[in-house]
Design a protein around this ligand. Structure first.
Ligand SMILES: O=C(O)CCC(=O)C(=O)O
Ligand SMILES: [Fe+2]
Length: 321
């Protein structure tokens, strides 16, 4: 069972719980987060209006592939590009939003522009939660500088991503998938799921996929690649995917919203020295396994010196057709 962690824990207990979740599952549910859930409800309505009612022409307004903002079409992305048993791109469409305040970096299509204020507030709430989590992670591994991670995040590369998986018949598993197995490229991801299940996380020790069902007023948080590099694999950026509908309940439109917290272009993703107790955790995962995982993520070796910008660009390039 994916652990649940309350935002209201004392800072010491919070950071300890975070480290435990990050080293075991790489995923946790965050409860009692400082977020106005009305904003999330508003965002579901925005998503519904946009994906189900906007014209194709409107969807493409302000799309900027280079700047990584705007619309991505059905099957345009393949999150698991090396998987040859799945021939098609992912069964989803999405819309990427960059920080909207103080000055928006993209023109939103009219359907989303009318909800500008609530989307902007949701973005800011997510940004602040990620900042707190990054500081707690720094505390959890006893870094002298508690802002070591958070200071590398100006939110320039952060994206709020509205995602829609169109209705699909039950039993299509095999040649297609809603979102292929992947790890996230940034530091941490916050995920909101609207009622419909399908998200699964890989459990290496058990050799199986585990469902991460939507829970009311809980945000799914996962560790992404940058934190894994900084901690030499102590914190795990774990593979996850969204499977095709298994029941009639899942055969409907599935909506989710991800907030990708991603390091700045010049952030060096070099491993930090580890305290003794962390080295012990690290050794539970074989070096061979860690290196294999890094290769999947496009990294040649654990000592490769990448920047946040380089890693992000190379991963994005690999997953878009
Ligand atoms: O839609 C979901 O539940 C997961 C999406 C995801 O993992 C991603 O976009 O990186
Ligand atoms: Fe993901």
């Amino acid at each position: 069972m994916i652990p649940s962690i309350s935002y209201t824990l004392s800072s010491k207990n919070f950071s300890e719980a975070l480290l435990e979740a990050a080293t075991d599952y790489g995923f946790f549910y965050l409860t009692d987060a400082p977020i106005d859930w009305k904003l999330v409800d508003e965002a579901w309505k925005s998503s519904d209006n946009f994906f189900l009612h906007a014209s194709q022409e409107e969807k493409l307004v302000s799309r900027d592939r280079e700047g990584h903002t705007g619309y991505t079409a059905f099957q345009e992305e393949k999150l698991d590009p090396n998987n040859t048993t799945i021939s098609q791109g992912d069964f989803k469409e999405s819309f990427y939003i960059a920080q909207l305040s103080p000055k928006p970096r993209q023109t939103l299509p009219p359907t989303l522009e009318k909800d500008h204020k609530s989307l902007e507030q949701l973005f800011e709430a997510c940004r602040l939660i990620c900042g707190t989590i990054l500081e707690a992670f720094a505390q959890s591994i006893d870094l002298d500088d508690q802002q070591y991670f958070s200071s590398k995040h100006t939110a320039f590369h952060d994206r709020l991503r509205l995602i829609h998986y169109p209705p699909t018949d039950v039993g299509q598993e095999g040649s297609s998938i809603r979102a292929g197995a992947h790890t996230d490229y940034g530091s941490i991801t916050l995920l909101f799921q609207h009622q419909v299940s399908g998200l699964q996380v890989w459990r290496e020790n058990e050799g199986k996929w585990l469902d991460v069902a939507p829970q009311p007023h809980a945000i799914v948080v996962n560790v992404a690649d940058a934190l894994e590099f900084w901690t030499s694999g102590v914190m795990q950026s774990v593979q996850h995917r969204v499977v095709m509908p298994r029941t009639d309940d899942e055969a409907v439109s599935r909506f989710s919203i991800a907030y990708f917290c991603q390091p700045d272009d010049d952030a060096i993703l070099a491993p930090k020295p580890l305290q003794e107790h962390l080295v012990k955790i690290q050794r539970k995962r074989s070096q061979e396994q860690y290196e294999r995982e890094l290769k999947r993520k496009g990294i040649s070796s654990p000592s490769a010196r990448l920047t946040g910008g380089q890693h992000l660009q190379s991963r994005l390039k690999a997953s878009y057709t």
